[in-house]
Design a binder for this molecule. Structure first.
Ligand SMILES: NC(=O)C1=CN([C@@H]2O[C@H](COP(=O)(O)OP(=O)(O)OC[C@H]3O[C@@H](n4cnc5c(N)ncnc54)[C@H](OP(=O)(O)O)[C@@H]3O)[C@@H](O)[C@H]2O)[C@@H](O)CC1
Ligand SMILES: Nc1ncnc2c1ncn2[C@@H]1O[C@H](COP(=O)(O)OP(=O)(O)O)[C@@H](O)[C@H]1O
Ligand SMILES: [K+]
Length: 507
């Protein structure tokens, strides 16, 4: 299980560890860890490798200087682009500079490079090591640093970021300084002391690449209990069940999807088909508009009018294609009045955002409740803009979970799942194949099916996000995407993932 630590927590751990260690030990270990990963990526004949190391003005630059010295001693052709500190440097950074200067690496500054950008672009680099900025970056990268980042982002070689890709906020995954800033795109990130939430959500996945945590051998007792984790089968596998021979459809629960205003019948159908294929015993598709007689491609679904459905008789997935009409709001209010566990998605969330009484009703329910907003739906619920939600996804998910007393699944790259008590899990399955209409309906149906089969709310949300992403990952690995995968295609892949989970972990 991978814990995720905020920058503040990392600083506290680092400070405590430094008290127990000789001066400079942590920076030396960070530099060694960076070099080890770099050596893994270099060709067997290290001497043929041309490595560009960017060493910024702070301690992240110190790590880079240590890495550069190791790689140069290992025989690689190392060029260091060094940005001297703007104020008195830490003693360990000075020592790192000394080691780099005394290594076979070539050290240059942007001013000393004959033509810095041209020299960089003109060389066929094997690898770039990004030690420009780490967790100390507090303002947008601009000027010559921004030009450098843009140049590296054009290169086609592998790029290892030390600690954090320069320009990325390690807490939130946003670009430091927003539109005024920029960030380097790495293929690998060796992150020090502990893994960090921002590497896995928002812009994080595009900039960090493969994340490799390195604890720097810091004593375990110096790490606080993690309030955030990466999603992992270990967090929910205990809820997986194999089917008993003696089971019958009633053993596997019922799901009713409520939505489908006129012209939007496809959304509840997608959610309902997913619920059925993810193992719910009986599935009803309840329409706010006129119900179709049946679903020709999935005639097992029972299509009903929402007005005539007894909301106490199934797990409810409310919102797909429901629209914002008065009759939709009425259905939502009576569904919330029931004692059934609910998954609220799409238009149900928009209706809640626009109604104080519905918010109160929701917050006061005692039955399980999962909300699956995308960033704009979360923004409406929080009274802010989608950009503000994306600027700090963990904080937004936490605030919503506490405000509406529900488990919140804030969707998007690096889906953030938040519990009422502030616990955060970031999902790292899934890929941009999911950026397609209806993928959210499929997720809500999947969460409903897990609740119907007896999963607790928290584990249903974790497993729902994980299985949904895993289905998309499998489809992409088979060559079917990411471009052009449709939400319907996810459904059989989800069924396969649910069965694999039950077979491997079910009791
Ligand atoms: N301490 C330890 O024990 C360990 C620390 N470790 C490593 O240290 C890293 C943190 O180091 P850090 O705190 O020095 O910050 P860092 O990320 O290098 O950036 C600050 C520098 O950048 C400058 N600067 C900032 N913004 C700028 C901008 N927009 N444009 C231009 N300049 C800008 C800023 O200058 P100033 O703001 O003072 O002008 C300052 O010089 C951490 O990520 C890890 O890699 C590991 O070795 C493990 C042990
Ligand atoms: N770029 C992406 N990377 C990973 N997952 C994504 C990405 N884009 C969308 N998704 C996922 O796909 C689903 C889209 O849901 P949503 O936006 O509600 O779509 P819709 O309303 O069309 O069904 C969510 O589960 C979301 O997390
Ligand atoms: K960096």
């Amino acid at each position: 299980m991978t814990p995720l630590f905020t920058v503040a927590e990392i600083r506290t751990i680092e400070h405590a560890a430094a008290q127990r260690l000789p001066e400079g030990a942590l920076m030396q270990r960070a530099g060694q860890a960076g070099a080890n990963e770099a050596l893994d990526l270099l060709p067997f004949t290290t001497s043929r490798a041309r490595v560009l190391v960017l060493a910024g003005p702070g301690n992240n630059g110190g790590d880079a200087l240590e890495t550069a010295a190791h790689l140069a001693h290992a025989g690689a052709q190392v060029t260091i682009l060094h940005f001297p500190p703007t104020s008195a440097p830490a003693a360990e950074r000075d020592a790192a500079l000394h080691r780099a200067v005394n290594s076979p690496a070539r050290l240059m500054t942007l001013a000393s490079a004959a033509d810095g950008q041209a020299a960089m672009q003109g060389t066929d680099w094997t690898l770039v090591v990004d030690g420009l900025f780490g967790i100390g970056l507090a303002r947008a990268i601009t000027g010559e640093f921004a030009v450098l980042v843009a140049t590296v982002n054009q290169l086609r070689c592998q790029v290892i970021a030390l600690d954090v890709p320069s320009g990325l906020d390690a807490d939130t995954g946003a670009i430091v300084g927003g539109d005024a800033g920029t960030a380097l795109r790495a293929t690998h990130t060796v992150t020090f002391i502990g893994d960090k939430p921002g590497l896995h959500t928002a812009e994080g996945r595009d900039h960090a690449g493969l994340v490799i945590p390195s604890s720097l051998d810091i004593d375990r007792d110096l790490f606080p209990p993690a309030r955030a984790k990466l999603n992992d089968v270990a967090l929910f596998a205990h809820c997986a069940r194999r089917r008993r021979h003696s089971s019958h459809k009633g053993s596997n629960g019922s799901v009713a999807v409520v939505g489908g205003a006129r012209g939007m019948a496809g959304a509840p159908i997608l959610a309902a088909r997913t619920a059925l294929n993810a193992g719910a015993g009986r599935v009803y598709a309840c329409f706010v508009g006129d119900p179709p007689a049946f679903d020709a491609a999935q005639p097992e679904l029972m299509c009903r009018s929402a007005q005539e459905y007894d909301f106490n008789s199934a797990i409810l997935v409310i919102g797909p294609g429901m629209g914002g009409s008065a009759s939709g709001a009425e259905m939502l209010a009576s569904a919330l009045h029931s004692h059934s566990p609910v998954v609220l998605d799409a238009d149900a969330l928009n209706l809640v955002a626009g109604s104080g009484p519905l918010q109160t009703q929701l917050a006061q329910r005692s039955a399980p409740c999962i909300l699956t907003p995308h960033p704009l739906e979360a923004a409406r619920l929080l009274g802010m803009s989608a950009d503000q939600v994306q600027a700090d996804r963990p904080a937004a998910a936490r605030r919503l979970a506490s405000k509406l007393a529900a488990t919140v699944v804030l969707k998007g790259s690096g889906t953030v799942i938040a519990a009422r008590d502030g616990t955060i899990v970031i999902n790292n399955t899934g890929n941009p194949a999911l950026a397609t209409a209806g993928a959210g309906d499929v997720l809500s149906g999947l969460c409903g099916a897990l609740l119907a089969q007896g999963w607790p709310e928290w584990e249903a949300a974790l497993a729902g996000a994980w299985l949904h992403g895993m289905a998309a990952d499998v489809l992409v690995s088979e060559g079917a995407g990411p471009i052009g995968i449709t939400a319907s295609e996810l459904i059989p892949a989800i069924r396969a993932a649910v069965n694999r989970l039950a077979a491997q972990h079910g009791s």
